[in-house]
Ligand binder design. Structure first.
Ligand SMILES: Cc1ncc(COP(=O)(O)O)c(C=O)c1O
Length: 401
């Protein structure tokens, strides 16, 4: 009898975490490595947020278990956030808080999926979506987008992918890994398709909501089409905009039936999210937001820098997205060429392996996100490092024969 569960054979370790680990190991071995793999801001958590956690600890508010899916004070702060920023009116009973957005997503899919259910996921996608669907025993249905369309799913493509077995559409804007951000009119045309298929639920992953540039205005799906409210789970968290990836707090708003089922699941796994981190998140959502535009100004400058440098590299093509802190260049023009080691580049995986080997730049291959040949760069890294990485990529591409 096999020791490991069959379900484990359906999933793989997160490739983005694997790249970060590989870069860290090379660095520890003395190599000069620039890691552009990690999906987290390089800024520290703002001080007022840290202080709120310290105050909670010192005041004895972090010593005990809390309510499984979040303290009332945080749920109320989340309700205020949804109303203020997204015009979405949720009651505290419609809110769930978990150990990161990833756990909230995990709870939602585990609580609803059965074998035979299909989940539509526009590709390229965040690596965890298909694997959690597979773990739940259901079937991910990738809908490939095109670079020419800014990596945005067309309504016709969504319509074609929907079957009677479709349970969810997982919709992420701004997107990890492409940075693609859907405008209001684009959301509206997708919502029109969804309104024709009332059995399809929508998981709107708004994790990068605040990270938008060039005056882009963010809208959430249920905000654009209130008719979807009753079957939408709106997912968000403090990790990215508030520089709190290590604190592990994510949340969602949605129909009570689903929220209750997710709490049941969480009560049998991790219980409540970390208490001090919950108090810190109250401050994040209710406190000053002025550091967000400051960070965004820096992110925008970095995005412009890396896009321009990539487009000057031989064989490389990189669109300029309006959100998140990722770019997704195509390396199609380098496939078939030979790297300095003598290795012929057949795939984007070869490209990233050879790039790391020759120039010490760590990026993640596009096939991990369901669309290649391409790779993902996270520009949430020091500007000097990003510039040096751009020079190294240009040199690597220039040296291919
Ligand atoms: C698209 C997207 N959604 C959700 C998450 C989950 O973030 P966390 O678990 O840190 O809240 C991430 C993290 O990388 C992400 O990229």
């Amino acid at each position: 009898m096999a020791f490991l569960a069959d379900s484990l054979a359906r999933i793989k370790p997160s490739p983005t975490i694997a790249v970060t680990d590989r870069a860290r190991a090379l660095k520890a071995a003395g190599r000069d490595v620039i890691g552009l793999g990690a999906g987290e801001p390089d800024f520290d958590t703002p001080d007022n947020i840290k202080q709120a956690a310290i105050k909670a600890i010192e005041g004895g508010k972090a010593s005990k278990y809390t309510a499984v899916d979040g303290i009332p004070q945080l749920k109320e702060a989340i309700c205020r956030k949804f109303l203020r920023e997204n015009n979405l009116d949720y009651k505290p009973t419609q809110i769930t808080v978990g150990t990161g957005g990833k756990q909230v997503l995990f709870n939602a899919l585990m609580a609803t999926l059965n074998p035979g259910d299909e989940v539509i996921i526009p590709a390229p996608y965040w690596v965890s979506y298909p694997d959690i669907v597979l773990l739940a025993g259901a079937t991910p249905v990738a809908v490939k987008t095109r670079m020419e369309d800014g990596f945005k799913m067309k309504p016709e493509a969504l319509e074609r992918a929907i079957t009677k077995n479709t349970k969810w559409l997982i919709f992420n804007s701004p997107s990890n890994p492409t940075g693609a951000a859907y405008r209001r009119d684009e959301l509206k045309t997708l919502a029109e398709v969804l309104m024709r298929h009332p059995h399809v639920w929508v998981l709107a992953d708004d994790m990068y909501e605040h990270l938008v540039y060039d005056d882009f205005q963010f809208f959430s799906l249920a905000q654009v089409e209130p008719g979807l409210y009753e079957r939408t789970l709106t997912l968000n968290g403090v990790s990215k905009a508030y520089c709190m990836t290590g604190w592990r707090i994510g949340y969602a708003g949605g129909p009570e039936l689903l929220i209750k089922a997710m709490a049941t699941l969480q009560s049998q796994s991790t219980t409540n999210p970390n208490a001090a981190a919950q108090w810190a998140s109250v401050e994040a959502l209710d406190g000053p937001q002025d550091f967000i535009p400051k960070h965004n100004k820096i992110f925008k400058e970095r995005r412009d820098l890396i896009v321009s440098m990539l487009n000057q590299a031989k064989g490389m093509q990189c669109p300029k997205p309006e959100g998140a802190f990722y770019v997704y260049p195509s390396c199609a023009g380098t496939i078939g060429k030979t790297a300095p080691t003598g290795k012929k580049l057949a795939t984007d995986e070869d490209f990233v392996t050879e790039l790391l080997d020759a120039e010490g730049v760590a990026v993640v291959q596009g096939t991990a996100f369901g669309l290649g040949p391409a790779f993902r760069i996270s520009y949430a890294t020091k500007t000097e490092d990003l510039e040096e990485a751009g020079r190294r990529i240009q040199r690597f591409c220039g040296n291919l024969t």
